[in-house]
Write a protein that binds this ligand. Sequence first.
Ligand SMILES: *Cc1c(COP(=O)(O)O)cnc(C)c1O
Length: 414
Amino acid sequence: MHHFEYKNKELYCESVPVRDIAAEVGTPFYLYSTATLTRHFKAFDEAFAMPHVTCFATKACSNIAILNLFAGLGGGADIVSGGELFRALKAGVDPRKIVYSGVGKSVEELRFGLESGILMFNIESVQELHALQKVAEDMGVSAPVSFRVNPDVDPKTHAYISTGLAKNKFGIPIQDALDVYVTAQKMQYIEVIGVSCHIGSQLTQISPFVESLQKVKIFIGRLAKAGIHISHLDLGGGLGIRYDSEDPPLPAAYAEAIKDEMEGLDCTLILEPGRVIVGNAGILVTKVLYTKQGGKKFVIVDAGMNDLARPSLYGAYHGIQPVVETEEGNEIADVVGPICETGDFLARGQEVPITQSGDLLAVMSSGAYGFSMASNYNSRPRVPEVLVDGDQFYVIRKRETYEDLIAGETIPSS
Ligand SMILES: *Cc1c(COP(=O)(O)O)cnc(C)c1O
């Protein structure tokens, strides 16, 4: 359920015609709906009637206005870099609700996390544990730690977004984790508080979540026998959304399945949803530049793979809808960008509205891993981000300029 709807054949974001925003900010641009973001956050967060913290996965959509919105709803943040920690703090996220994930945190990033007083570090290797112990010792503080275990569960999603299989780089194999906990427990500057796992993204079934939680529960039992008591259980993110015809479980069904399994565990639950909150709360608006009939029909638009990488990166599907509906009907076409790469497409062999040069198109479900994955490839300034709230809209990130492109570059003077 989202607030991008047609009224009199015209696409609106809440009460604002998308066409009006395009006239003001130009194209392409990302557009988010406050009502949709709020609704999705609450639907998720309120589904869990047990002690929990919903730590929004910052990497899915990291604009500080959006992080601030979730912080105002009581949310925390799951971060994967010092840059994301900086954003979360600037956005007003309570550091006591920040969890730090990722396989390769640098010493500087570990220090930044400790200085900020975050809730916990999700540690992914023994070497990282030692690095954190050393930083904590230098600072004379205790580091709250959870280990990300790899439960070897198949999330049944795209290979690039599977993370909980033994062959993936993430976490510590669950069968090796007990030794690591025992080691950590003895370390003076480490405070062991949690277990975490995150098995993948865009999951459309509940069973892999339940399977991994069952494995983690058994593991927590083994820890208890070894005298190690866990107060935080982090189940990661990964709940999928509908891009096309997927039928993912609703947050309420997911929460219900988790609740049953949590029975008897005296832990605060940490959740790290990203895509499920923001994916369908954002669109990318682009303009048709040209159309041409080669071996097939091509619609050339002003947004490319540097603006929205998911189709190129994962072969991902995004619905393409008209900003103003016409009587022209649909056609099968490739919607491609201006980038000098064959892999530069937003849609391939897909049913799209018949358009002419100058028409506006909405690339649906682009709120997650859209702008946050954008780059400057081909020296294209990154596009603006716009947030609608009721009948108002706000530019929450300006369009980059050519000057922005070379800021920080210098020609060595001889
Ligand atoms: C990417 C990521 C998430 C969010 O995943 P979604 O599929 O967007 O919910 C959560 N936790 C970790 C550790 C991640 O890497």
